[in-house]
Design a protein around this ligand. Structure first.
Ligand code: ASP
Length: 336
């Protein structure tokens, strides 16, 4: 009898240990928009899947090794920032002046600490700078030259502005500028002059670590043809990024002006908290109803405190993926 009880205890103990170890998860997005299979070659599609898997595995490895969710989201995002496939870091879109201006933010769900940067031009990995703002300064958000001065002080890696020049993005800005010639500024802002591969390739990641802490992070080059120091939702805490251990972690991608006005990331977490609804339902209410009514295009990736990954997007596609609490890996691009 006694032996049986000890045996049962050991089984339960090992189960609970196992369950605890598995409570890690990570999910990412690589931008949402008019991503149609008809516009995609099999080779390019493969490249996206492979790069997303690489990013997911990098973040998951950090979590497996006992790293924090804040470290994991950075590891995943750095892989995507360094790839020309996404509109972040290396693959950033061009501004109206044919420069690249980068925005990023990060948030920790345990403490509600956050860091963000906007309009930086020579920092190789904007997400690292956002994390430095969170961890090594008393501020939450820094912009432009000030952010770059801080970046020097904390030893960030710098690159020449040319590093961000990719042919594909350059062609996009040329096309947009040609199409908008003769039009007034207000029209240049108009949806119709966004490039035909009208997608918002911002990258984002959400993660849950072994300590049960959530984190969210987002990094972007913004929107093609932006000007006047325009800043989108990606570096705005509560719009493009939000994490609260009691509710969820969210990273958004889409037409930033709408995401700011709808306070998307915070609104989703608030609905979970105040209405007691599931993360999927809260995300759908904001992305498929509120934003659709406003005519705002885009989507989110989210993670619940239990590590359930959630996607919601109202565009044709969204680059996305996760490794869930069972270690299952998934990547997807199109709606179905
Ligand atoms: N949300 C970003 C912005 O408006 C764009 C994107 O998601 O690609 O700057």
């Amino acid at each position: 009898m006694k032996i049986k009880a000890i045996f049962l205890f050991l089984i339960c103990f090992s189960f609970s240990l196992h369950a605890k170890e598995n409570q890690i998860a990570i999910a990412i997005h690589g931008g949402a928009g008019t991503i149609l299979k008809s516009n995609m070659t099999p080779e390019l599609e493969k490249q996206y899947h492979e790069k997303m898997q690489e990013a997911l595995k990098a973040g998951y490895k950090v979590l497996q090794d006992g790293g924090s969710s804040v470290e994991a989201v950075q590891a995943a995002i750095i892989i995507m920032e360094d790839s020309p496939l996404f509109n972040a870091g290396k693959g950033a879109v061009f501004t109206h002046q044919k420069t690249n201006e980068l925005d990023a933010s990060i948030m920790e769900g345990k403490t509600l600490n956050a860091g963000a940067i906007a309009g930086v031009k020579t920092v190789k990995n904007p997400i690292k700078l956002a994390a430095a703002v969170m961890d090594q300064s008393v501020h939450v958000m820094m912009t432009g030259e000030g952010a770059e001065t801080f970046a020097k002080q904390v030893g960030m890696e710098f690159v020449s502005p040319d590093y961000f020049h990719t042919e594909r993005r350059y062609k996009q800005i040329e096309k947009v500028l040609n199409e908008s010639k003769g039009k007034k500024t207000a029209q240049v802002e108009n949806e119709q002059v966004w490039p035909d591969d009208k997608k918002f390739g911002t990258v984002g990641a959400v993660a849950l670590d072994k300590e049960g802490n959530l984190a969210a992070a987002t990094s972007t080059g913004g929107m093609t043809n932006k000007q006047y120091g325009r800043v989108g939702d990606a570096p705005i805490i509560g719009a493009g990024t939000y994490a609260d251990n009691n509710a969820c972690a969210i990273s958004a991608t889409g037409h930033g002006e709408y995401f700011i006005r709808a306070a998307v990331a915070h609104d989703i977490c608030a609905r979970v908290l105040y209405k007691g609804i599931s993360l999927q339902k809260a995300s759908d209410e904001v992305i498929q109803e509120k934003l659709v009514e406003m005519k705002g295009e885009g989507g989110i990736v989210g993670l619940s405190p239990k590590g359930e990954p959630v996607f919601s997007f109202n565009s044709a596609g969204m680059y996305r993926g996760y490794i869930d609490t069972n270690g299952k890996i998934y990547t997807g691009i199109y709606k179905n």
